[in-house]
Design a protein. Structure first.
Length: 128
């Protein structure tokens, strides 16, 4: 069974999110990202993935859509979601100081006949 089929077979949204995130993390690692943390929860918001690409600390939001019925996955990262991720990243950095450069990425996973189509949007938004 393909990762996309596994995603589609999940009963509820949370399970689909976990399945997509697993596939997304695997893909990021194949691209050379070094995963530091995952699913970090704060009252202000959640961080899906914290990883290094070379010397840059990346906060990666993973979004998946099995079908194009509601648009591409990247469009689900609204301004509100960006503010939540920024707030969570600020809290993360307060607890885990880092003097280097940071950025916010979005990994969009869109279903296609051949499986997931992965698109990484680097430096997508800025700390608000």
């Amino acid at each position: 069974m393909s990762p996309l089929e596994g995603f589609r077979r999940q009963d509820h949204t949370r399970a689909r999110g976990r399945a997509a995130e697993e596939d997304g993390v695997r893909w990021l690692q194949q691209q050379g990202f070094r995963i530091v943390d995952r699913n970090i929860q704060f009252k202000a918001g959640e961080l899906d993935v914290v990883a290094f690409e070379d010397d840059t600390l990346c906060f990666v939001e993973i979004k998946a859509r099995a079908t194009p019925d509601f648009g591409e996955a990247v469009y689900s990262v609204t301004r509100r979601k960006q503010r939540q991720v920024c707030a969570a990243a600020s809290l993360y950095l307060a607890a885990n100081p880092f003097a280097g450069s940071c950025r916010f990425d979005v990994l969009a996973m869109d279903g296609s006949p051949g499986g997931w189509r992965y698109t990484l949007f680097r430096d997508t938004f800025e700390l608000a």
